[in-house]
Design a binder for this molecule. Structure first.
Ligand code: SF4
Length: 118
């Protein structure tokens, strides 16, 4: 099996009707293929962007670092999973799934719903 070049015509994706085959247009700049990113990496980048914008990554609400962190909140729960333990927020049960997208980090700044542990 031969390796396909990026600017070679893709045999599996024919050109759209009425459009020329990009491989037949000499000199046409072909944009570089964007780097492949995993779902976990995109999730990390979204969370980092939320933190940089002063938002809580789980709730999207304004982060409140003056209150504390998720690690000191009474709503923080440990969930046992197949591959380990995960931290989840019990304050918003409607937002919970068993996936990584609803995991919270103990180090994240608190949200407005933070309550101290008793
Ligand atoms: S209520 Fe807010 S501060 Fe407390 S664990 Fe949930 S997201 Fe974190």
């Amino acid at each position: 099996m031969t390796e396909l070049e990026w600017d070679a015509p893709d045999p599996l994706t024919p050109p759209l009707p009425g459009m020329p085959d990009p491989g037949s247009l000499p000199g046409l700049p072909i944009p570089p293929r964007p780097p492949a990113t995993s779902r976990d990496r995109r999730l990390t980048e979204r969370r980092r962007a939320a933190l940089d914008a002063g938002r809580h990554p789980h709730t999207g609400a304004l982060a409140r670092p003056d209150l504390g962190t998720c690690g000191t909140c009474s709503a923080l729960q440990r969930q046992e999973g197949v591959a380990g333990r995960y931290l989840k927020c019990g304050r918003f049960p409607a937002l919970l799934t068993r996936g990584a997208a609803t995991d919270v980090r103990a180090s994240w700044p608190a949200c407005g719903q933070w309550r101290p542990r008793e």
